[in-house]
Design a binder for this molecule. Sequence first.
Ligand code: HEM
Length: 217
Amino acid sequence: MLNSILTSKITKVVVFAACLVPLALLIWQVLPGTLADPIAFITHRTGDWTLRFLVITLAITPLRKLLHLPQLIRFRRMMGLFAFFYVCLHFTTWIWLDHNFAWAELWKDVLKRPFITLGFTGFVLLIPLAVTSTAGWIRRMGGRRWQVLHRLVYVTAVLGVIHYYWLVKSDVRKPVFYGALVAILLAWRLGDWLIRRRGKAAAVPTQRKEPVTAETA
Ligand code: HEM
């Protein structure tokens, strides 16, 4: 039942529209011009949503396995691309609204302020993932190499959390919360990988022992 809802085109359109709600709300809140510091507001909101979409992207694989919902995979690319979309808005806010394209100043910030260095690195690492997110690129690169490249999203999520942790001045509860989520999701992957590796190692001798006969061929 749930799997058939997940395969429906309408669900994909609804989820896509839902992912744009944070942007719509942001525009709604900024446009009246009543905010004390709209640039900080936009930076914070887009940063928050980048991290949330990264966490959602990382959660898809564990959830599809734990809940037996293989069709959830249909949403992973969309979630990853929305993380990229929001980080592009976040980055654009910084270079345009915050620094008005003062390139020398921007580079100084990237090199001198560790939390900017990490955010910037996380953003740069997402670019090849967004570029190669199409079926054509998976074919061209080969599934295995594509998967290895796309593990960079783990690095970006960790960098995003540290970026957040370093920029908050006193109350670290939110970055610690995101950090715990990312840690759980990465630990789940490690556990899953170890179990599969052990499974494969156990299967190899059994396969070798079994003679290939007309029935087993
Ligand atoms: C994947 C990459 C990134 C993630 C996940 C991320 C996430 C975040 C988050 C969660 C916040 C805090 C939001 C809040 O306070 O509620 C934030 C703030 C900020 N981020 Fe990012 N960010 C990323 C990349 C970048 C990049 C590339 C830049 C600029 C080069 C940048 C510059 C900033 C700035 C200037 C702030 C506000 C700092 C302050 O309040 O003093 N971030 N980011």
